[in-house]
Design a protein around this ligand. Structure first.
Ligand SMILES: [Zn+2]
Ligand SMILES: [Zn+2]
Length: 145
């Protein structure tokens, strides 16, 4: 019985109680920082941070696993940056038009393709700006023809 008594004594000793409290405190701080990290991470990914923080709070490790499976794969900032990049590239491609007749690169305000002499635009009789061939009114000076 001496052995068991000594074990019980150890568990009720102030040193053990102190260590147990410290351990619990440490786990609580760790858990709080995990919840905070999930909240920030979810917000950055465009998810509802407070919702995921609550999920982690109630379901602990299981909630964390679910979060890692379901969270949006990318940061919102990254997605926006990539979309902006694609948009800029598209604009660059669009601004470099090519002739519908010979596919040579031409400027948007060319009236005639310098490579194949295809008529691309007409000039406004009033303000001389380049207009699409099918326009019947000049968008720059309102002249109609
Ligand atoms: Zn051409
Ligand atoms: Zn005009």
């Amino acid at each position: 019985m001496d052995f068991i008594t000594s074990i019980l004594n150890f568990f009720s000793s102030p040193v053990f109680k102190m260590a147990a409290r410290l351990l619990i405190l440490f786990l609580l701080i760790l858990w709080a920082s995990v919840i905070y990290w999930v909240y920030r991470d979810a917000e950055k990914r465009g998810a509802i941070g407070i919702y995921w923080a609550a999920v982690i709070l109630f379901f602990n490790v299981f909630g964390l696993i679910v979060y890692f499976i379901l969270r949006p794969p990318e940061y919102v900032a990254d997605v926006q940056e990539r979309e902006l990049e694609i948009k800029m590239k598209e604009e660059m491609i669009n601004s470099r038009k090519s002739c519908s007749g010979c596919r040579q690169p031409i400027e948007l305000d060319f009236l005639v393709c310098p490579y194949c002499m295809k008529k691309l635009k007409k000039s406004c009789p009033v303000c001389n700006r380049p207009l699409n061939l099918n326009w019947t009114i000049c968008p720059y000076c309102k002249a109609s023809f």
